[in-house]
Design a protein around this ligand. Sequence first.
Ligand code: KIV
Ligand code: ZN
Length: 525
Amino acid sequence: MSTINHPNFGAMNDKRVIIFDTTLRDGEQSPGFSMNIDEKIRMAEALAALGVDVMEAGFPAASPGDFESVSRIAENVKGVVIAGLARAAVNDITRAAEAIRAAERKRIHTFISTSPLHMKYKLRKEPEQVLEAVTSSVTLARSFTDDVEWSAEDGTRTDIDFLCRCVEAAIKAGATTINIPDTVGYAVPEDMLRIFSTVRERVPGADQVILSAHCHNDLGLAVANTLAAVHGGARQIECTINGIGERAGNASLEEVVMAIRTRPDANPYHHNIDTTRILRTSKLLSTITGFDVQPNKAIVGRNAFAHESGIHQDGMLKNAATYEIMTPESVGWQKTSLVMGKHSGRAAFRDKLNTLGYGDLGENALNDAFNRFKDLADRKKIVYDEDIVALVDDEVVRGNQRIKFGSLEVWAGSKAKPRALLELEVDGEKKIADERGDGPVDAAFNAIHAIFPHQAALQLFSVGAVTEGTDAQARCTVRLEEEGKSVDGQGADTDTIVAAVRAYIHALNKLITKRARTAPEALSA
Ligand code: KIV
Ligand code: ZN
């Protein structure tokens, strides 16, 4: 394989694999995973620190909110290529170009469907029209930036001869990356190997561009298919944190990256990911979206490095390699440790945050997090690193909010009707409500309604534990829905009802921000 000279990466070593993260685009567009702009920027900064090479920040033509978040990421997040997605349409491509304008390094990613099914039913276009659109869209994108990626949507179900013609047209028009997505997660590894090898061998100029794989997980094969594509010549991997994405999701970044790192004999490639930041990035995404990964999720699941059976534990004590193919530390797990107590001061807390990777918290967020830590240390016997991570993420995702939690007292039990006395701060003004309900959570939510009347409907309420034990912090998720739009809010606290109230007002604040962009008068108290 010859060396490729890439506009954003320079001379590329043949074994180097570009990690293209699409958590903020393919991931964010899946149901329940939407993020607001501040959350996207926080996530984008975490992805940059993780070492992704390209970050697909969004789909600027999809909505004004998408446009704004891509522009803000382009302005603020440095050291990584920022990509904006665009269909093969003039308006899409121009919007993408405008949104990424401020980026240090930029890319336009344009796509069109190429499979018979998509061309006939979705696009209602003849193959020759699609070919023309490939040339015109890539040519237009190239007028804005040297780094253009072209994707053949539903590429793995495309006739291979037609796929090769499209790829050739895209390369001739100036595309520097060619992505062949397995859009519906239909392929098996043998297909991927064959498709990528064929394109490389047959298409003139294919050895001068980066080939890319974008695999969906409908058959649970996204990671295997991605690796097979790399064996066939792909040198860019499109993936997401925790494998989030349309339907069953995309190839999971952490799995692909660790498969390459753990099995260099089978996958002799390299990437720039700082794997020790994987867990923290995964947890940040869970905190922002409110979806924890399943316990047995590879790499980042709670059980990924847990050894329960006596035989395994015995082996582990003798030599960890008996049952561990990678060290937990290599992906960011830390030995569970007693971090600090209630006598620890601000300096120790700041120091702890640094070791946990939160060196860049602003002074206000640091102060708020420190106060909550002191409060937690008063109530909880053992404060683990995980507790601090949950608490700080909880604080950081909140930012400047109109409604702030003040205090809560609850009376509940099997006899009296549960009662909640709640104090909130709304636009800087303290407000109190004393309400009853069909349970303590219901009473507390009624109190929120009394202080801040609103029409949003509660769609989901879930509770999980941050660590083990009866004094563990609860992490709650609340989903509110208004006029067909839903948002998720999260809250953590040792008191489950307080965590629930925090989650509720987090969701309410998100709805207020969302509505303010379209109808400023809505949702006001
Ligand atoms: O799955 C897919 O085909 C996509 C394209 C837009 C790249 O997400
Ligand atoms: Zn996709």
